[in-house]
Design a protein around this ligand. Sequence first.
Ligand code: SAM
Length: 271
Amino acid sequence: MKKIINEDVRFAFGRNWSAYLKNNLISEAIEISKGGLEEFLGKNPLQNKTFLDFGCGSGIHSLAALQLGAKKVVSIDFDGDSVKCCKKIKEERGDGYDWDILQGSLIDDNFVKSLGHFDVVYCWGVAHHTGDMNKALYNLKELTSENGELFVAIYNKVEGMRGSKYWWNIKRFYNKSSFFIKKIMELFYIFINFLKLVLRFKNPFRVMNEYKKKRGMNWRTDLIDWLGGFPYEYASPQEIFKIYHDKYGMELKNIKTTNYIGCNQFLFVKK
Ligand SMILES: C[S@@+](CC[C@H](N)C(=O)[O-])C[C@H]1O[C@@H](n2cnc3c(N)ncnc32)[C@H](O)[C@@H]1O
């Protein structure tokens, strides 16, 4: 696992979420998120349960959890713009739900201790962006109730030329660059990905449309999130298993892995 503490550069995820909310069909994204939660957690997974969404981003997964029957949801993000996005969704669609939205960090021990415990802790694509993944993984375990479930997604470790280390360097360079260079890198990266699809005889517009079916995300927003997402750490499925199973005694209930640089997903039960 690559450890980055005291990093001086950080990607502003929240600004990207604001742009995403302006451009998207939120209802469709929420339905897709509900499908994703049910697929990984099982049928009726949240009925009458408390749900913590740490690193909530846009807030669509929190609303999906409420619509799936969670009795209380707490959504937290470090980034003020993400918190604003989440509050906007709550204002527009969260009437009548028990839903708290807070700003705070997963690696702030005092803040984490003040939150209590939750039946389901959901932390998708966050711990590896905190700057201290080991502490984040520990705090997630602490937040999970006895017999509660932890659904966590962490970037996979990929060796080789275009692997995780290569991307660590690109992301760091992007985040240290001026606004102008960032825009050029974004356009270039989007163009390259568009071209790759064309060269594989795939219709890019169809792929973009299909992409929404993956957790309700937007192709372009996700590309920029990937390019900019920093601090950035990564771990193999075995490394995550070692931490949660061998070190913290949690039971693995579900797993979905990738061979690529995307996220491995895990569902652990706290015993
Ligand atoms: C890739 S996004 C994932 C958002 C959301 N979980 C999802 O699945 O769509 C990562 C999120 O983690 C948040 N984040 C990064 N560091 C954090 C920290 N230390 N504490 C809480 N949230 C953090 C970012 O602001 C961002 O909204």
